[in-house]
Design a protein around this ligand. Sequence first.
Ligand SMILES: NC(=O)c1ccc[n+]([C@@H]2O[C@H](COP(=O)([O-])OP(=O)(O)OC[C@H]3O[C@@H](n4cnc5c(N)ncnc54)[C@H](O)[C@@H]3O)[C@@H](O)[C@H]2O)c1
Length: 322
Amino acid sequence: MKTKNILITGGFGLLGSNLYNFLNKKKYNVFILDKKRNFLKKNYLNIKKDRVFLGDYLNKDLIKKIILNKKIDIIFHTGAVTQVLEALKNPGYTYDNNINGTLNFLNIINNINKKIIFIYSSSDKAYGEVGKKSYTEDTCLNSIFPYDVSKSCADLICQSYAKTYNLKIGILRCANLYGPGDLNRNRLINGFIISVIKKKIFKIRSSGKLVRDYLYIDDAVNAYYLTMKSLTKGKQNLRIYNVGSKYNMNVFKMINKISKIINKNDIKIKILNSSKKEILSQKLNYNKICKELKWKQKTNLENGLRKTLSWYKSNINFFKDY
Ligand SMILES: NC(=O)c1ccc[n+]([C@@H]2O[C@H](COP(=O)([O-])OP(=O)(O)OC[C@H]3O[C@@H](n4cnc5c(N)ncnc54)[C@H](O)[C@@H]3O)[C@@H](O)[C@H]2O)c1
């Protein structure tokens, strides 16, 4: 059977880079599109330079050219503005990048080859606040804040293209991801680890009481892989899955867990309580992906945190300006 040609957008990000390494090891023909220009100089993520397109997916001509020239069979659209604070500062760009960027791919696929599989990185944030209940895939997408609404909109647009134009689409709504290769400094787990290694005060932007599910990156990558497989083989052209976690906790509890692993109890923390525009509590119900795709959460929290810590210790030079 012909080797599949795969394009990963946002391939220098946490999810994209880990997905690239996983699919590359499985001998798929994988290409990356990302706009982060300085990344390749400090390439510690095992990404081959001849596999990279440096560019912006808001450029329709560029993505059409890549899809046609490389005969792309599958697209993982992981690229996005992903930082809640950045989205609050620049809502217009966030909506443009996250919604129109997704739409560009859907229109091109619809016009040139409907057999191309499109897998969209939605998010648990797409649901918005649902109180103490856990979200199932049927829960209404009811978000408020810019990052969250950008995810809900693109998620609904993907569903619309699958239902109206019969495109083959996977939508994954993952919990908070963590693991090696995350270059964003404002996320809880890696931000805290970097602060500890650099002996800096760790600033908590919230009250410390926000509750989230935490999932190790390898488990998320596996969910993407299983979804790709199911769309390749199965007849169903739209698959939507929550990818949750048994580890659901608030910021303080997570910090305690990491502190125990690092074996330090003198870590300095400052609670800024400056971020009021965020969902208070999230919990995904992920029975559907376990049942339909036999997905399992394989990495326990302690092992995942240890692997993450060890990666940041080895790569701390990358975070010189932190
Ligand atoms: N990390 C999480 O906790 C999490 C949880 C649920 C869903 N998601 C979603 O999963 C996806 C991947 O998340 P991540 O944590 O890997 O993100 P990330 O911030 O680590 O990486 C995103 C990448 O997208 C690239 N990008 C952004 N706009 C682009 C554009 N216009 N053209 C080309 N490249 C562009 C960036 O340069 C960056 O390398 C995102 O869509 C995110 O919304 C992430």
